[in-house]
Design a protein around this ligand. Structure first.
Ligand code: GLY
Length: 354
């Protein structure tokens, strides 16, 4: 992976050092309406590069990760004289790093960019690993490219602007990385609460991003190993889209992943002998911190249908999962039939006390 990962709470200093090293012709900051107000002024007072940069703002929220906002970024770069040697600093959550990265990677056939994630979710996931893009025609991340940032400057200093829900949403991806790593890492994460203590969180974050870094270094373009990062996401996306379209009560992405991982660990136990003690401790942690996504057997057909539309499937009559034989022992491309998935939903309901 060419992307430098810099873990520091002196984000301004790190950005100034990067700009001195990269010597861009000009510096741009891409922010959304929240980070432009809450984060960019803090960064500008700590970094000469940010203070002197041209800032462009897009409306916050994943629904604005679209062609119109992308065109507005290109237009700003075009009319303000950006060149291929300019540098873009993306300041925000996954929406900003995905779209700002895509805008930079495509303008003038590619400007360099740096990510400054401001949410736990983007620090641990979106800002690292080179996936950039926008939503298109109602499909999430439908258009994009793999393009790595020069660096991600990862800190916990901006997390004071986040709600408990946003912290927990990001922590679900850390739990996923713990499961992909080994029992000890996973147990350490179950022993911690993301709001507990900021200093320890930066260390946990470093370890967690390290798991993703190792996977992405081996398989940037997701031909094989990187599919492990989809753990929890097949069932999680089904919960997320069911909540949005059927119940019209959207749930945060990380919560859907946390619940989806319960279903997928049940499948892992049924099909690969994943250890019961880990499944039960994880389900208890999720129930206590994330609550329960309530389903009944009447919802199973809609959930199965949502799963079969997932872009990870190559055929609609079989559903692909990344499952685990144990913590750290991933089996990608596990194809599961619908009767087995329904049985896993039954066990999910039992474990969640539904
Ligand atoms: N968020 C999963 C990945 O980066 O591959």
């Amino acid at each position: 992976m060419k992307q430098q990962l810099i873990f520091t709470n002196d984000v301004g200093g790190a950005l100034d050092r990067l700009v001195a090293e990269l010597r861009p012709s000009s510096v741009y900051v891409v922010a959304d309406s929240n980070t432009a107000r809450l984060v960019v002024p803090r960064l500008a007072s700590a970094s000469e590069a940010v203070a002197g940069a041209k800032t462009v703002e897009v409306a916050a929220g994943d629904t604005n990760k679209n062609l119109e906002s992308l065109a507005a970024l290109w237009s700003f770069f075009n009319t303000s004289g950006a060149t291929r040697s300019s540098l873009v600093i993306n300041v925000g959550g996954g929406m900003v790093t995905d779209m700002g990265g895509f805008a930079a990677a495509t303008f003038k056939r590619g400007m360099r960019f740096v990510n400054v994630p401001t949410t736990l979710l983007s620090a641990v996931d979106a800002s690292v690993g080179g996936k950039t893009g926008i939503n298109f025609n109602g499909c999430k991340n439908e258009v994009g490219v793999f393009a790595e940032s020069e660096a991600a400057v990862i800190s916990t200093v901006f997390f004071d602007t986040l709600s408990r829900e946003e912290m927990l949403s990001g922590y679900a991806e850390m739990l996923k990385h713990g499961l992909l790593e080994d029992r000890r890492t996973f147990a350490g994460l179950l022993d911690y609460h993301p709001e507990a203590d900021g200093d320890r969180l930066l260390d946990l974050l470093r370890a967690s991003v390290g798991v993703k870094e190792r996977i992405v270094s081996a398989d940037l373009h997701e031909h094989g190993l990187r599919k492990a990062l989809n753990l929890g996401h097949t069932a999680g996306h089904a919960f997320e889209s069911f909540a949005m379209t059927v119940r019209q009560l959207p749930v945060p992405h990380g919560y859907a992943v946390a619940w989806g991982m319960v279903v997928e660990l049940v499948l892992s136990k049924m099909l690969l002998g994943f250890p019961s003690d880990l499944l039960h401790s994880y389900a208890a942690y999720v129930r206590e911190n994330y609550g329960v996504f309530d389903i009944t057997c009447r919802d199973y057909p809609a959930l199965l249908s949502a799963m079969s539309h997932d872009k990870k499937n190559d055929r609609s009559d079989r559903i692909n999962f990344s499952l685990l034989a144990d913590a750290g022992d991933v089996r990608g491309d596990s194809v599961v039939d619908s009767e087995t998935i329904k049985a896993a939903f039954d066990i999910y309901c039992d474990l969640m006390g539904i």
